[in-house]
Design a protein around this ligand. Structure first.
Ligand code: MN
Length: 422
């Protein structure tokens, strides 16, 4: 299933919330992403405001789900419910709806300025899986360690992933403490325990599972997207020195489980309908990971940016696009469930670092600095091999297409603070 472009995507709509009509806003009326603000209220972003859904006269089946403290109940409903709710919100927030005067007076009381509240992780996340879906990332990283055969032989068959840690997923803006860990460089005979010296970010997109599958029942690729509610930005903070010592033979563990940041607004898959595009793979290696629809429009044309804000200066580090990913979200869901593994509402699946073919499309410092060998020069003369205390990393994402209104994801921010005493 794929969402059709319909009434809610029409570029002619403007909102009676003035800030939603600004051409640069991430949250016009065509977007309507969901989030949760403290102390546990579900809201929808509109311009620089949040509509408090608990107070709105919503359609009956979604009203109860939207009065809870997280998105989980809403995620447990179906795409038909999510569409119905989106249509209700779109109509209620339109400036030129016939009953707009009534809506404005009634709903304007339920608006909360975005800068007056704190956002929180929007769902109780049961499980978090991080993929490795960017072939450019896999190739660039592989080349650092295996120059002769960068891409491992399984890459084009298996959507590679590792199981991440859910308890340390934090909301944008939460401080990121430099982790301590075992570090052993090739020049050392034995490891030492101490603060990571090669702390990195990973530019990623994540998606929330809605309506899981029963244990033992795989999700075929034709219906995989019906299990995806929406997307956010994700920064998979990674301590490369801890990672290189610990990762063999079972994969990353403490190098990544100290913190993972996500952006607060979940952009629905339906809002992204105008920005779907052809998958990277036009024919897949195995039939269960292939469908005509997936090949035709399984990818998303979503522009991603990473910026670094040091004490002195703000600079863009890279810019790429999720359409570069080798594996689509549908393929990730189908692969994940192909052995019968059950995904649950509220699970979070992430793409892995999103890179692209060009040098300025590399989604982490490991790639950009070639594992620290070629430090980045900031405009004020500072250099970076990896992150320093006080550095802030800002992820942004947005979609643009002729004939449609630009929609954005907001930001995912995190500032590095000094390692805690051992
Ligand atoms: Mn990752």
């Amino acid at each position: 299933m794929t969402y059709r472009i319909g009434e809610t995507h029409d570029s002619k709509w403007r909102s009676w919330v003035d800030s939603a009509n600004d051409s640069q806003t991430d949250f016009p009326i065509q977007n309507l992403p969901f989030g949760v603000f403290r102390p546990g209220r579900i809201g929808v972003a509109i311009g620089n405001q949040i509509l408090d859904l608990q107070r709105c006269p919503l359609p009956i089946e979604t009203a109860q789900a939207c009065s809870s403290k997280s998105l989980n109940q809403l995620l447990a409903l179906t795409p038909a419910h999510w569409s119905e709710l989106r249509l209700w919100l779109s109509r209620a927030l339109r400036a030129d709806a016939t009953d707009w005067r009534e809506n404005r007076s009634r709903l304007s009381e339920f608006l909360v300025p975005m800068n007056a509240v704190e956002m929180q992780v929007p769902a109780e996340i049961g499980d978090y899986t991080d993929f490795y879906a960017s072939i450019d990332h896999a190739t660039n990283v592989g080349r650092l360690f295996r120059p002769d055969h960068p891409l491992l032989p399984n890459y084009k068959y298996v959507p590679i992933a590792y199981h991440g840690r859910t308890s340390s997923i934090v909301i944008s803006g939460a401080p990121i403490h430099r982790p301590n860990g075992q570090i052993k460089t090739s020049a050392m005979d034995a490891p030492v325990f101490g603060p990571s010296r090669s702390l990195d970010y990973e530019l990623e997109v994540a998606f929330f599972i809605g309506g899981g599958n029963t244990l033992g029942e795989p999700v075929p690729i034709q219906s995989a997207e019906s299990r995806i509610f929406g997307l956010c930005l994700l920064n998979d903070w990674s301590a490369r020195d801890i990672q290189s010592w610990e990762y063999q033979p079972l994969g990353p563990f403490l190098a990544k489980s100290f913190a993972t940041s996500i952006s607060p607004w979940v952009v629905t898959l339906e809002a992204l309908a105008p920005f779907r595009t052809a998958a990277y793979q036009q024919s897949s290696t195995l039939p269960h990971l292939e469908s005509g629809e997936n090949s035709k429009q399984g990818a998303i044309d979503l522009i991603l940016e990473v910026l670094i804000q040091s004490k002195q200066i703000c600079m863009r580090l890279s810019r790429t696009n999720t359409k570069n990913l080798y594996w689509t979200m549908a393929q990730m869901v189908t692969h994940h469930t192909s052995n019968g593994c059950n995904l649950l509402s509220g699970d979070l699946l992430a793409t892995g670092t999103v890179s692209g073919p060009a040098d300025d499309e590399r989604g982490c410092l490991l790639e950009l600095t070639r594992n620290g060998a070629e430090p980045i020069r900031l405009p004020n003369g500072e250099t970076r091999s990896f992150l320093e205390d006080g550095d802030e990393i800002i992820l942004r994402g947005y979609c643009e297409r002729e004939g449609f209104v630009r929609i954005g994801f907001g930001e995912c921010r995190g500032t590095i603070s000094a390692a805690r005493l051992r």
